[in-house]
Design a protein around this ligand. Structure first.
Ligand SMILES: Cc1cc2nc3c(=O)[nH]c(=O)nc-3n(C[C@H](O)[C@H](O)[C@H](O)COP(=O)(O)O)c2cc1C
Length: 246
């Protein structure tokens, strides 16, 4: 699968909540499992592990009735939820680009017996399977999202920020803010008493969309922490990471 396919999928993907009976065919499942080892991390120093689970191994609020689930486990470190968002969104796009339905699952968790699948800490889930509904939007107009002016004060780079604006988030609240310009985009997430981890995951998803758009436009992109942005995030936001563009 080419990165260009993932780029194009950002403009049409949607959450799939209706699944056909039965499981994915074994060839598709094998392709999905082998893609797991190709995911790019946002923070390579954080150890992670992804496990495929079955429907009965997962329970909780807002669970969709999919046959398969991808569980993300991680070392507990600063940035691990954003790292999970960045890596799992590559799977969300990969699945959608291959005609497989998927839906992020912030509410549900693996059952006790399945939690032991990894010695790392559970972070989040993605449901997937054969879809029983349209999996793509027909146009960008179908995305319900905030306008760019509400989530960014970056001067320029609208072509990179637009796909980040369309990124999925836990309660579709676009919990991110973009600052910078002139060779850098800095990303912060909206702090929250209730959905702080989910908002950090959301920022990681938005960074992935920015990264795909920047590489698609031919830019060389370095993902890293920027000390002065870390010290000066917008009010009510915390800094996550920057894209340095050249
Ligand atoms: C971190 C995260 C957690 C989510 N949790 C759930 C969930 O538990 N159940 C659900 O049905 N949808 C969940 N969603 C899907 C969002 O509701 C959905 O992405 C958002 O409404 C935007 O719609 P779209 O994905 O169709 O573009 C989650 C999305 C994200 C990014």
């Amino acid at each position: 699968m080419l990165q260009d396919d993932l780029y194009a999928t950002m403009f049409k993907r949607k959450s799939v909540r209706k699944y056909a009976p039965g499981k994915l065919d074994p060839v598709m499942m094998e392709m999905i499992v082998s893609h797991l080892s190709e995911l790019k991390p946002l923070f390579p120093e954080i150890r992670t592990e992804l496990k495929v689970m079955t429907n009965p191994e997962v329970k909780g609020m807002f669970k969709v009735d999919a046959p398969h689930f991808l569980a993300f486990f991680s070392e507990v470190k600063e940035g691990s939820p954003a790292n999970a968002g960045f890596m799992m969104q590559q799977m969300d796009l990969f699945l959608s680009a291959n005609g497989v339905g998927s839906c992020w699952q912030g509410g549900p968790k693996p059952i006790k017996e399945a939690m032991g699948a990894s010695e790392l800490e559970f972070v989040t889930l993605l449901a997937f399977g054969p879809p029983a509904q349209d999996i793509h939007r027909k146009s960008v107009a179908e995305f319900k999202r905030e306008p760019l002016a509400k989530i960014s004060d970056v001067n320029g780079y609208d072509d990179l920020l637009e796909p980040a604006r369309l990124a999925p988030s836990g309660t579709n609240n676009q919990p991110w803010f973009f600052t910078g310009g002139n060779g850098a985009i800095h990303v912060s997430y909206a702090r929250s008493m209730i959905v702080d981890q989910m908002n950090q995951i959301g920022a990681g998803i938005a960074i992935l969309h920015l990264w795909l758009a920047a590489t698609h436009s031919g830019k060389i992109v370095e993902l890293r922490k920027d000390r002065s942005s870390d010290a000066n995030p917008p009010k009510k936001y915390s800094y996550v990471a920057s894209l340095i563009l050249s």
